[in-house]
Design a protein around this ligand. Structure first.
Ligand SMILES: *Cc1c(COP(=O)(O)O)cnc(C)c1O
Length: 392
């Protein structure tokens, strides 16, 4: 509905009166809480390109091998259960996590993606006037969830694209309530050692929740990496989160989980919606978790391509720092015609979608998810051609 009086030709009072009479008074619009409209909308990786029927999508860190065949048969099998409400306690999935990881079921919470859990932490522990710390090139959702509860995100500089424990500690104030660290971090692929994480925890005030986001934990080799597990087991203020969206190849199902002290788990349980994990997700994620062989294959595939990709990108003169996760982050030289934006345009012209990361403060980098054998050959050959070598 439009007002009959245009604002440019009316006084404010006339304008309000006219709109009021029409029932569309602008003054009466519902107003969101202060600060909500400052939230930038999260943009996921693109999935289509004009003029290309078939694209190679390496923009969202999805699994190269897809879900376990056991998970796929479970998906078909649960179709007969769709009329039923799911088990709100998610006991079946928690049992599978317990089986595979040996973690206490009553210290687990499941979420619609680990994203939901990150949000629950902010809702439970932060609010207006509080501060939520994350690092310079950390996952964008941390800041978004902090703002969504009225808290202030505090962005801490990194050193060499890596979270810097001393810088985090220096940013702590009396208002700090939550610290988020992704380990390995997306999009940098860098990792904090177990010792550094422990030092962070020990030096943080006890009333600050430390969240170690392990979205890529399953790709790690065990040497000097426990993903914060020991801290989550023995401290009263550390939570670790995991997801089925990455190595398990179930991004569309929206399932994640977290492990931590009972007091935090019981708090988060009070905030989640009663059936936040749907019945299909419970059954399929449990099957995926139990198919340990598929997970190992996915990890082996990933780690083989990680070495090849890092080596080939470096041979092209592109700097690569982090080598963890299921993606690489080459830095482009920035000379005219050779920028990250140019590389992105070149790849798109060949039907390949990778991720620009300027909104992570990395305008000269591209994040490339490690895909299938065929996808990796194609994208690495295309980059070789782009950098002026032979295309192989
Ligand atoms: C992908 C990702 C997540 C969340 O994924 P969900 O699909 O919500 O489980 C969380 N943290 C990081 C760092 C990620 O890259």
């Amino acid at each position: 509905m439009f007002s009959l009086i245009s604002p440019s030709h009316a006084t404010k009072t006339e304008w309000n009166l006219a709109n009021f009479q029409l029932g569309v008074g602008t003054m009466a619009l519902p107003q969101p809480r202060a600060g909500l409209m400052d939230i930038s909308l999260y943009e996921g990786g693109k999935s289509s390109l004009k003029g290309h029927d078939r694209v190679i999508k390496l923009s969202s860190n999805e699994s190269a091998l897809g879900p376990s065949p056991a998970a796929l048969s479970e998906y078909v099998a649960v179709a007969s259960e769709l009329a039923r409400y799911p088990d709100g306690s998610v006991a079946y999935l928690k049992a599978a996590i317990h089986e595979v990881h040996g973690l206490d079921s009553d210290r687990l919470i499941c979420g619609a993606g680990s994203d939901e859990i990150l949000c629950l932490v902010c809702r439970a522990y932060a609010g207006p006037g509080d501060e939520v710390i994350h690092t310079e090139h950390g996952f964008l959702m941390y800041g978004i969830y902090a703002r969504s509860v009225g808290a202030t995100p505090v962005v801490v500089p990194e050193t060499n694209l890596t979270a810097d424990v001393d810088a985090i500690l220096a940013a702590v104030t009396d208002a700090t309530k939550v610290v988020f660290v992704a380990n390995p971090n997306n999009p940098t692929g860098t990792v904090l050692s177990t010792a550094e994480l422990a030092r962070l925890r020990e030096s943080l005030r006890e009333d600050i929740v430390l969240v170690v986001d392990g979205a890529y934990a399953e790709f790690m080799d065990d040497y000097d990496y426990d993903g914060g597990r020991a801290l989550a087991e023995r401290t009263s203020n550390t939570l670790i989160t995991r997801t089925f969206s990455k190595i398990y190849g179930l991004a569309s199902l929206r399932v994640g989980w977290a492990f931590g002290p009972k007091s935090i788990i019981e708090t988060l349980e009070r905030l989640r919606s009663p059936f936040n994990i749907n019945g299909v997700a419970i059954a399929v994620a449990a099957a995926a978790m139990r198919d340990v062989t598929h997970t190992e294959n996915a990890k082996a595939h990933n780690n083989r391509w990680m070495s090849v990709a890092v080596q080939r990108l470096r041979a092209l003169g592109l700097a690569v720092i982090g080598e963890s996760g299921n993606f690489v982050l080459p830095e482009f030289p920035g000379a005219p015609g050779k920028t990250a934006a140019d590389a992105d345009a070149f790849l798109q012209s060949k039907g390949m979608i990778v991720r620009r990361v300027e909104n992570y403060g990395l305008p000269n980098h591209l994040r490339i998810t490690l895909g299938s054998d065929e996808e990796m050959e194609l994208v690495l050959n295309a980059l070789t051609q782009f950098m002026g070598g032979s295309s192989g």
